[in-house]
Design a protein around this ligand. Structure first.
Ligand SMILES: [Zn+2]
Length: 98
């Protein structure tokens, strides 16, 4: 395929501007959370730094956070391979392309 010139931004921006254009979505999964909540959740889970094989840490955060529905969030996380706190960080957050 011919291209008139080699656009240096092709690779950088390809996947980043399909929604919420101004926010760097590269490292964020697509959940029913605001980008700010996703960043907060990742921080809480990483600081917790323990996992008992359940989503306890995520659940505690979700129930304490206004506007977050735990039942819905749990479904979204499990659909992406997050069946316990550490899997959320490993599978849900790190699995996004880019
Ligand atoms: Zn775990």
């Amino acid at each position: 395929m011919d291209k008139p010139f080699d656009d240096p931004f092709d690779d950088v921006y390809e996947d980043d501007y399909d929604d919420e254009a101004a926010y760097p979505r590269r490292a964020l999964p697509r959940l029913s959370l605001t980008p700010e909540q996703q960043v907060e959740l990742a921080r809480v889970i990483e600081e917790r730094n323990t996992c008992d094989g359940t989503l306890r840490g995520v659940e505690e955060w979700a129930r304490a956070t206004a506007g977050v529905r735990w039942s819905r969030l749990r479904r979204e996380l499990q659909a992406r391979g997050g069946f316990c706190d550490c899997e959320v960080v490993l599978n849900v957050y790190d699995a996004e392309p880019g």
